[in-house]
Design a protein around this ligand. Sequence first.
Ligand code: HEC
Length: 129
Amino acid sequence: MDMTKQQRNKTVVLPFLIVILFVALGSCSSDNEEDLFGDICDTTDVSYAGFIAPTLQTFCNSCHSAEAPSAGIITETYEGLKVVALDGRLVGAINHESGYSPMPQGQSQLQECTRLKIQAWVEDGALNN
Ligand code: HEC
C-alpha cells in the first residue's frame, strides 16, 4: 500500500516537530530550576558586613538613615536594623507580606535572591558577622 505524498510528509514532519518541542520545553524548565532552586542563589553564611549592609545602603538608607529615620526605623546601623530584623518587620516588609508596609517604598520589590539572603541572615540570628 503506497502512501500519498501528503501522508509521507506528515509521518516525517510530525515527529520532527515533537522533538523540537521537547528540546524547547526542556531548556526552558532547566532555566527556571536554576532560578528557583538556587544554583545561583547561595544563602549560606550571609554576612552582615559583606552583603546586608551594602544592600541596605543601596535600597533603604536614603529613608532610614540614623539622622532622619522614616517611621523611626534605622537600617543604616547594625543596632537599628537588628530591631526590625528580630521583630519580623524587616522580612515582612521586603517580602510584601500582608500587615506590613511594602519596602523599599516607591520602588520595585528586591530580587528574590536578595530577599532570600536577607531572610536567611535573619533566621541565622541577624548576627553582626
Ligand atoms: C522612599 C523612602 C523609603 C525607602 C527607600 C525605604 N523605606 Fe522603609 N519605610 C518608609 C516609610 C515612610 C515607612 C513608614 C510608613 C509606612 O509604614 O508605610 C517605612 C517603614 C518601614 C518598615 C516598617 C514596616 C511595617 O510594616 O511596620 C520597615 C521594616 C522598613 N521600612 C524597612 C525598609 C527596608 C528594609 C528598606 C529597603 C529595602 C526600606 N524600608 C526602604 C520609607 C522608605
